[in-house]
Design a protein around this ligand. Structure first.
Ligand SMILES: NC(=O)c1ccc[n+]([C@@H]2O[C@H](COP(=O)([O-])OP(=O)(O)OC[C@H]3O[C@@H](n4cnc5c(N)ncnc54)[C@H](O)[C@@H]3O)[C@@H](O)[C@H]2O)c1
Length: 280
């Protein structure tokens, strides 16, 4: 898809970070935008800011873990704008620890948002995208969908699954609706609010959720030095235009994430045991 003018783009988790940058980027290209997010106050802020800049924008409070709310987001987009051309399955949260020590509530929360959210998004939006003569779905995974670093079990599991779902979709749509393109977004560190993900952790999944202050500070440090979200959004736009599946934002030689991905592929090829290619 070359031209987003007049197209309709829906972004989940679009009230902050990468999602908000995507919404801004699409709006600046002339798209009409629908943002779904669970955080009502941030959503209101994002919608008023975009509206003030002249965008045609709608906000829908949406918890992506709930298939009915995801369907309501899709219905709202159709009611307001008559269809959807670009869908970004982007909402996500981070939480970690040792795999055997983390409370079950952490596994359930992270997998609920990052994996089930994407599944609900695919089910609600792909049929709408298929109605268009050109359309694109972007699933936000992570480099954590390509390498498995320690202390991130649920996050790694969810993001590897998002990569797998995206590749599956790519093949399925190529066979049945080739006008719908697929990309999977695999960023390294991006300077967003992800280190504060617990702000949206639901009350029923709080058990044992006390954060490890040292791990939280380490994560914040990485995130604060991350890529600006607007740069990520520009790379997504470029991939939509080029109909490119893989979006590896940190693709410079020597970047430790890319080195980690390449090292993993090499060790798989050599049937060698995994090595920790990341400076952790
Ligand atoms: N920041 C990074 O370094 C990084 C790296 C790789 C991948 N990602 C991925 O990028 C995506 C966006 O995260 P971000 O870094 O912009 O973080 P962020 O916290 O700034 O934004 C995430 C958004 O998702 C929303 N959200 C959380 N739970 C939700 C739910 N249940 N339903 C709907 N919305 C919900 C939040 O309110 C927030 O607006 C995530 O999928 C994340 O895993 C981030």
């Amino acid at each position: 898809m070359q031209d987003l003018r007049g197209k309709v783009a829906v972004v989940t988790g679009g009230a902050s970070g990468i999602g908000y940058a995507l919404a801004r980027c699409f709006a600046s290209e002339g798209a009409r935008v629908v943002i779904g997010d669970v955080e009502a106050a941030a959503l209101d802020r994002a919608v008023s800011e975009l509206g003030a800049s002249g965008a045609d924008v709608e906000g829908v409070v949406t918890d992506v873990t709930d298939p009915a709310q995801m369907q309501a987001l899709a219905d709202a987009a159709v009611t307001r704008f008559d269809g959807v051309h670009v869908f970004c399955n982007n909402a996500g949260v981070g939480g970690g620890g040792l795999s055997w020590e983390m409370p079950l509530s952490t596994w359930e929360w992270v997998i609920g948002v990052n994996l089930w959210g994407v599944i609900h998004g695919v089910r609600a939006f792909v049929p709408l995208l298929m109605q268009q003569t050109e359309a694109h779905i972007v699933n936000t995974a992570s480099v954590a969908g390509l390498v498995a670093a320690p202390f991130m079990g649920p996050y790694n599991a969810s993001k590897h699954a998002v990569v797998a779902i995206s590749e599956t979709l790519h093949h399925e749509l190529a066979l049945s609706a080739p006008q719908v393109r697929v990309s999977v977004l695999c960023p390294g560190w991006v300077n967003t609010n992800i280190a504060q993900s617990a702000r949206n952790r639901p009350a029923h999944l709080q058990e044992g959720a006390a954060p490890d202050p040292e791990a939280a500070a380490l994560l914040r440090g990485f995130i604060e030095q991350g890529m600006p979200p607007d740069e990520v959004a520009a790379k997504v736009l470029e991939a939509i235009r080029e109909e490119r599946f893989w979006i590896l934002t940190h693709d410079e030689p020597g970047d430790f994430w890319v080195d980690g991905v390449n090292q993993r592929l090499r060790s798989l090829g050599a049937r060698a045991n995994p090595q920790l290619g990341l400076p952790l």
